[in-house]
Ligand binder design. Structure first.
Ligand SMILES: Nc1ncnc2c1ncn2[C@@H]1O[C@H](COP(=O)(O)OP(=O)(O)OP(=O)(O)O)[C@@H](O)[C@H]1O
Ligand SMILES: [Mg+2]
Length: 460
């Protein structure tokens, strides 16, 4: 059974086709014009379209083109007058599934619809598989197993299916863009356009045109008409990054699009209607921006339909080892090597506060990776931000220590020299690379420390 849309201006034809196809068990919708047909395509599930070529106003080919543009590849069967095979062949080149000539042979009609329905079914299955694959991939790219990040992933699963506007908040480098990517990938709009615009990266006076497009001659330099991101993202998702940086006058226009789904290009007066799902991100506290008068309250409420807060890394330290290993893995693949984090490096990474969050962790791991000549990734002085006198800190959230991370147990089985090496390097890292302090902490002479470090290949 398939859902068939019959578009024909002749009622007698519509009835005949509908009767035949319904007798075969299909669900049939009918429309008397290309325009009416397109409206039904937008409103209901349609697997196959059977469409007369000659229609009042918009002909069957034009309707097909618009439909393919807006709804993707729906198998389209054109019915042409006897003797217009040339047009029919051209139509197939333009993407029609097949054509039937009048007077329509009923057996051929049934067979053609049947094979078009099979194609539609295969396409649907394909899309579902692709979506499921994309689904897994997009979520797996968000590494982490802390309760906080698991909650973020759950939110993504929940909101993806809807068309609700999502506001993603979180400090810089926490992974807001990855969250936006995943929402689109898991949504029904995956496979449709996914357009990103960083509001802060566009000069103020060009932002309106970037978002909404402009007509030719709208301003100096507008030599051609240009579509804005909202038009390009039609039927898909638009991700507006750093929304907190948007100037107030652009906020007004954005609010209007959210209210009635339409806008005009800069310098134009034609109302353009689009179907766009909006995702926004900001590392500012948007509520605070509202209170300070820099962000419109009405827009804030429109954007904040669903709110996802991505927690800073220091609030989910238990994710650090997973993240660090994931980054090492990626580097190994890129460099075709097989390095691994030493315990002291892992220990060092776990202790930092990461004000730059995961981006900073990623950069640090890469630096350590590149600077470690051997298989083991160690902490090099100068490669990492110096650790100031370790401030007395609140006890770390008691993450259940994985057996491998029990510091003593991890050492069992190693030669004493190696244990000493690790302890010395870890203490050095702990002391921010300060050798005097390291020697004092270990209660050994500075000269001894220098000698040992030289033997370990640690350079100045
Ligand atoms: N959970 C995660 N797992 C793996 N990589 C991550 C994760 N979170 C962030 N990253 C990586 O960290 C870097 C920063 O992430 P992203 O650009 O999404 O952050 P952001 O919150 O958008 O930051 P900003 O506010 O600065 O734009 C990216 O390279 C991203 O791939
Ligand atoms: Mg970002």
């Amino acid at each position: 059974m398939a859902h068939i849309l019959v578009i024909d201006d002749n009622q007698g034809n519509r009835d005949t086709y509908a009767e035949v196809l319904e007798a075969d068990g299909h669900q049939v919708l009918t429309a008397a014009s290309g325009e009416a047909g397109l409206a039904k395509l937008g409103a209901a599930q349609v697997d196959v379209v059977l469409c007369d070529l000659k229609l009042p106003n918009m002909d069957g080919l034009a309707a097909m083109e618009l439909a393919h543009e807006k709804h993707g590849p729906i198998p389209w069967i054109l019915i042409t007058a006897h003797g217009s095979e040339e047009i029919a062949v051209a139509a197939i080149k333009q993407g029609a599934f097949n054509y039937l000539t009048k007077p329509v042979d009923i057996a051929r009609l049934r067979a053609t619809v049947e094979s078009a329905a099979r194609l539609a079914q295969a396409n649907r299955e394909n899309r579902r598989l692709r979506r499921e694959l994309g689904y897994e991939e997009a979520l797996e790219r968000i590494v982490g197993n802390s309760p906080a990040i698991r909650q973020v992933k759950n939110m993504i699963r929940q909101v993806a299916a809807s068309d609700a506007t999502v506001l993603i908040e979180g400090e810089s480098g926490t992974g807001k863009e990855l969250v936006a990517d995943a929402i689109h990938a898991l949504s029904n709009r995956s496979g449709r356009p996914y357009i990103k615009l960083n509001t802060a990266a566009i000069p103020r006076d060009l932002l309106e045109s970037e978002l909404f497009g402009h007509e030719r001659g709208a301003f100096t330099g507008a030599v051609q008409q240009k579509k804005g991101k909202f038009e390009i993202a039609d039927t898909g998702t638009l991700f507006l990054d750093e929304i907190g940086e948007m100037p107030l006058d652009n906020q007004v226009k954005l609010l209007r699009v959210l209210q009635d789904g339409s806008f005009t290009r800069v310098g134009g007066n034609q109302q353009i209607t689009v179907d766009v799902r909006l995702i926004c991100a900001t590392n500012r506290d948007l509520k605070q921006e509202v209170l300070a008068g820099r962000f419109r309250m009405d827009l804030y409420f429109r954007l904040n339909v669903v709110n996802i807060v991505v927690p800073p890394l220091r609030e989910r330290r238990e994710d650090i080892p997973l993240l660090a290993r994931a980054f090492v893995e990626r580097l190994n693949q890129r460099h075709r090597q097989d390095k691994a984090l030493s315990d002291e490096a892992l220990h060092y990474l776990r202790r930092q506060d990461w004000p730059g969050n995961i981006r900073e962790l990623e950069n640090t791991v890469e630096k350590l990776y590149v600077l470690s000549p051997g298989r083991e990734i160690v902490v090099h002085r100068g490669a990492v931000a110096p650790v100031a006198e370790p401030a007395p800190r609140a006890p770390e959230p008691a993450a259940p220590a994985a057996p491998a991370e029990d510091p003593i147990r991890a050492l069992v089985g190693l030669p004493l020299d190696e244990v000493e090496r690790r302890l010395i390097l870890a203490t050095l890292a702990h002391c921010g690379g300060n050798k005097c302090k390291t020697a004092r902490t270990l209660q050994i002479g500075l000269k001894t420390l220098y000698r040992k470090l030289a033997a370990y290949g640690v350079k100045e």
